[in-house]
Design a protein. Structure first.
Length: 115
């Protein structure tokens, strides 16, 4: 499952940030639509990988999916591409560059001291 690999990479970034005894209360993630991340599968993978780890006992995972972005080569407009329709909504041209949709980032992370 693709999402298990994503959750593993996510944890490999987070672990070094957790110096000392801390609990992660919330992680906000953002993925481009082209990453093809399924929220429920990622949540399942994350909770499976962190099972038994106190630091992630009550972690809320917020997952935001960003639409694919395109830029028209004719009129230079930028826009969201819906349903992979490769056509400029402003001038109708089909010569389009993909400028976004591959994002994969941790937007925010909330951590509290584990007392
Ligand atoms: Zn255009």
């Amino acid at each position: 499952m693709h999402e298990t690999g994503i959750a593993r990479r996510l944890l490999s970034v987070i672990y070094p940030m957790l110096d000392g005894k801390k609990q992660v209360t919330r992680i906000k993630l953002r993925f481009g639509e082209l990453k093809m991340v399924q929220k429920d599968l990622l949540e399942t993978a994350f909770s499976t990988l962190t099972r038994g780890d106190k630091r992630f006992k009550d972690t809320i995972l917020e997952i935001e999916i960003k639409p694919v972005r395109g830029k028209c080569n004719t009129c230079q407009s930028e826009f969201d591409i819906k349903n992979f329709e490769m056509r400029c909504p402003f001038c109708g041209e089909t010569s389009i560059d993909i400028t976004g949709g591959y994002e994969s980032e941790i937007v925010e992370m909330e951590v509290v001291e584990d007392v």
